[in-house]
Each structure stands twice: as C-alpha cells, then as structure tokens.
Ligand binder design. Structure first.
Ligand code: SAM
Length: 335
C-alpha cells in the first residue's frame, strides 16, 4: 500500500533538494524568498506538531537529523494536504501503516557485526562466565536485543554465548556445528520497531559491501556464515553474500516491539542489550525504557546499554565496570 510518506518521498526524489534547516521557525535556505516565508513557517509548525506525535509514540526526540529528514520528505507536498494529513495522523493508532511508514523513514538502522570489539571480548570473558555460573542449574541462557535493527547484534550475541559455553565445557563442535551439551540451550530474541529491518534480520543474509555488516568482522566470527547465491535480479554486482548458519539461526527469533511499550515482550531475560538507540530519546523516556527492561530481567541478569548512555534506574541494578565499558547486574528489587 502506498502511503502519504511514500507519495511525498517520490515527489521529492524526482526533484532532489538539499537538507535545509531545523524546526525552529526561521527562514530556511530552501525557502529564502520573502513570499515563501509564511509557507515555510507553516510547514515548520506542522512538522513540529508531527514530531510531537513521533516522540510520544516512538520516543525519538526532535533533533536536527530527524527534522531535516522530515523537511525533505514534506517540502513538496501541498500545504493543505499536509495539514489534513497531520490532523488525521493525530487521530490514528500508532500501529497504523502511515505511522509505520513514517517511522521507517526516520529511524537509523546503522549496525554491523562485532560493532564494539572491546565490548564483545568483555561479553566473552566477563559477562558470559557470570551468566553461565548463574544458570548452571537451569542450563538455559535467554538473551534479548531490544533494538536489534537488521539482526547483526542478535547473531553476535548468540555466537558469543555458544563460544563461551564451549570454553566452559557446556557446548562442543559436532559435525562443523557449535552445539550446546545435552540439557543446555541458548535463546536469543531480537526486536525492533522497523519491519524492514526485521525482514533482513529474519532472512539472515548479508552482503560484503564496503561499509556494510562485515566492516569489522574478526576471523573467529567467520565460522558463523555460509556462502549463499542470490538471484542476479536481487544481487548487487560485485557483492558476495553470506547467510548465518542454521545452528545459530535456530536459537533466534525476531518480532516487532516498540520500546515505548511498558510491558516487555519477554520475561526472565538473562542478558539484555539495548545499544545505540536510547541516544535518540530524552531522559524521562530513557528512564521509562530502562524500567521496562529491568522488568523483563531475571535476578542476576545483565543489562548492557553502551558506554554513552547513563543508567537512570540504579535502584534495580548493581554497576560493574569491565574492560569494554559498564554493565549492570539486575538486583532483586521488584519493578
Ligand atoms: C542504530 S540501530 C542500533 C542497532 C544495534 N542495537 C546496534 O547497536 O548495532 C537503532 C535501532 O533502534 C530502532 N528503534 C528506534 N526507535 C525505536 C523504538 N521506539 N522501539 C524499538 N526500536 C526502535 C531503529 O529502528 C533501529 O533499528
């Protein structure tokens, strides 16, 4: 189904215009003629209104990047149509395809395998031994990547968990597959707001494009992939494609989930990663999301937020500082 966002985007892509300004109601370079000033102000006010809805529904705070994207998307749309559309957006559910289409355009899906090598080695050397010790009776490790984008982080976490289990004697290589010992299992759950990103995550096929998923791939990670042939119609010339092997994929599941929801999609998680997304949210929303993540976790479970995000609910966690940054151990305080 074609949405208003698609229509506006195709109008803009036919006549590309430079990104212009922020939402502050001042003349933008693209709207510098005097007779256009009123129109540009009206556009900015409408975008401001829409942005309020984006923040309330998806947490993404108004920022120059998001504002520029919106200005670019809507600049060529007739003002009356845009006004009607913003009004109807205000009245429709967050799950409506118009909101979904808008959020697909506003979210940043940047991710790649082994994105932070120090963090990954901390995961293998500090966090996983802690979790394997915690779970040595239940023999199950449950992982949630709470903004998994196109899936790389979920496969990284699954592979790292299996490798740590192998090191501890709880998994072994069998016929080229790294498999848990009898009774042990790993379950990794990936969620994101973007359906497009989730489709890629589920397909588990990645191309070796220059600055793509493989830009930082260590040699030890390569056993997770197999070569795959893509139909010439879908393949980019000169790009090789690789698929995550079945023995990793079978431990994973992906679903759509909006972090603004205060009921977690899963409970009893042992390891929760929520990296490179809370930076787009204001503090009160960050705090609400961290509370929801705490609710999803088992006592002793570990939360990783990345180095640049402050822990705003310290009452639920004990902080540790490892060689790859901070990690947080869930205490037994009820949320
Ligand atoms: C930059 S990627 C981070 C991917 C991965 N965690 C990493 O660190 O490489 C940010 C992801 O957050 C998702 N996102 C943004 N707002 C969201 C929300 N309200 N709920 C769920 N996911 C959201 C975006 O769709 C995007 O895929």
């Amino acid at each position: 189904m074609r949405t208003a966002v698609d229509t506006a985007r195709s109008a803009t892509s036919a006549a590309p215009t430079p990104a212009t300004s922020t939402l502050a109601p001042k003349p933008m370079s693209g709207f510098s003629k005097p007779e256009e000033t009123t129109q540009s102000r009206a556009l900015l006010l409408l975008i401001n209104e829409l942005m309020g809805g984006v923040e309330t529904r998806f947490g993404i705070k108004p920022g120059t990047l998001v504002e520029r994207k919106l200005v670019r998307i809507f600049k060529d749309m007739p003002m009356a149509t845009l006004k009607d559309w913003v009004e109807s957006m205000n009245n429709c559910s967050t799950e409506h395809s118009e909101w979904q289409s808008l959020v697909e355009n506003l979210t940043v899906h940047e991710t790649y395998f082994c994105r932070d090598p120090d963090l990954m080695s901390m995961l293998g050397e500090e966090i996983m031994p802690h979790l394997l010790n915690l779970r040595k009776t239940q023999k199950q490790v449950q992982i949630w990547s709470a903004a998994s984008s196109t899936g790389e982080e979920v496969y990284d976490l699954t592979f790292s968990a299996l490798r740590a289990m192998q090191k501890a004697g709880y998994a072994r290589m069998f016929e080229g597959k790294l498999v848990p010992e009898a009774g042990w299992s790993v379950f990794s759950f990936g969620t994101d707001i973007s359906n497009q990103a989730l489709r890629t995550a589920k397909a588990a096929v990645y191309g070796d494009l220059g600055m793509g998923s493989f830009r930082n791939l260590p040699d030890e990670w390569k056993s997770m992939f197999e070569d795959v042939k893509i139909a010439p119609a879908n393949a980019m010339p000169g790009v090789n494609y690789f698929k995550i092997r079945e023995w990793v994929r079978q431990c994973t599941r992906f679903e759509r989930f909006n972090l603004m929801n205060n009921r977690p999609p899963v409970m009893g998680m042992d390891l929760v990663f929520c990296r490179n997304v809370l930076i787009y949210f204001e503090d009160p929303i960050k705090k609400a999301v961290q509370t929801m993540l705490a609710r999803s976790m088992s006592t002793g479970g570990v939360l990783v937020l990345g180095a640049s995000v402050q822990m705003l609910v310290p009452e639920y966690f004990e902080s540790r500082l490892g060689k790859g940054g901070p990690w947080y151990v869930r205490n037994d305080t009820r949320v």
